[in-house]
Write a protein that binds this ligand. Structure first.
Ligand code: MG
Ligand code: MG
Length: 250
């Protein structure tokens, strides 16, 4: 069931989205060689709570932290750790949710740690650009397949593959609502986007195979071939004036 949001619900989504986006910016300032992934999680939790919001991921399905922090070949759902120290050349994915007055924003971004390889830099850039390729087709009446097709066809031009096992989703009163928003698909197919929908579009892009596996910790997802992976996500409202990015603050 797709839950459409009215104007007052959208206003709350904007607040939750702004807090989510700002928490990611705060994380970005803490990312440097020598920082632990647990420290970054602490910065995010503190920021969200300072805003009077709740870190949505904390305890979600039993997740033990406020943010997913995933390094290099870790795709998503990395568990922050005091033992995981970032080093120059790493790429780190920060995925955050903030719930404010009952509504949730969901956003992710990939940061370089110090100076990274040209391959890593390109992957981060193309992953972000693939999101904006999708954004360009998002409007009332477009289809979910148009989004996936835009992401996938753009990434293929660079020889990359998009993760298929995990997908974007509706978001609002719940972190995960209908419909699913895959990063692949056929243009002109799938559910039609209508005014009042709020969706998280989130390309997860690998340099190598699209295949991934889950670590024995029950959370961390890694690329099967050990290749680098990047992630970029915003929460988007479908409005009569086009798509509105709710989690973008910079
Ligand atoms: Mg997310
Ligand atoms: Mg999401």
């Amino acid at each position: 069931m797709i839950r459409l949001k009215n104007e007052s619900q959208l206003a709350l989504m904007r607040d939750a989205g702004r807090i989510t986006g700002e928490a990611i910016l705060a994380a970005g300032e803490a990312i440097k060689p020598g920082a632990t992934t647990a420290h970054i999680d602490k910065v995010i939790k503190a920021y969200i709570e300072k805003c009077g919001a709740h870190p949505t991921f904390l305890g979600y399905g039993g997740f033990p932290a406020s943010a997913c922090v995933s390094v290099n070949d870790e795709v998503i759902h990395g568990i922050p750790s005091h033992e995981r120290v970032l080093v120059e050349g790493d790429i780190v994915k920060i995925d955050v949710g903030a719930t404010y007055r009952g509504y949730t924003g969901d956003s992710a971004r990939t940061f370089p740690v110090g100076k990274v390889s040209p391959e890593a830099e390109q992957l981060i850039r193309v992953t972000r650009e693939s999101f904006y390729e999708a954004l360009a087709v998002i409007r009332e009446g477009a289809r979910v397949g148009d989004i996936g097709n835009a992401v996938d066809s753009y990434c293929r031009r660079f020889g990359y593959s998009v993760v298929r096992r995990y997908v974007g989703h509706g978001v609002g009163a719940e972190l995960h609502e209908d419909p699913e928003i895959p990063n692949f698909g056929r243009a002109g197919h799938g559910i039609r986007l209508i005014r009042g929908m709020t969706i998280a579009v989130e390309p997860m892009v690998n340099i190598g195979t699209h295949e991934v596996y889950e670590m024995p910790d029950g959370w961390t997802v890694r690329t099967k071939d050990g290749s680098l992976s990047a992630h970029y996500e915003h929460t988007i409202a479908i409005t009569e004036n086009g798509p509105e990015l709710l989690t973008k603050v910079d």
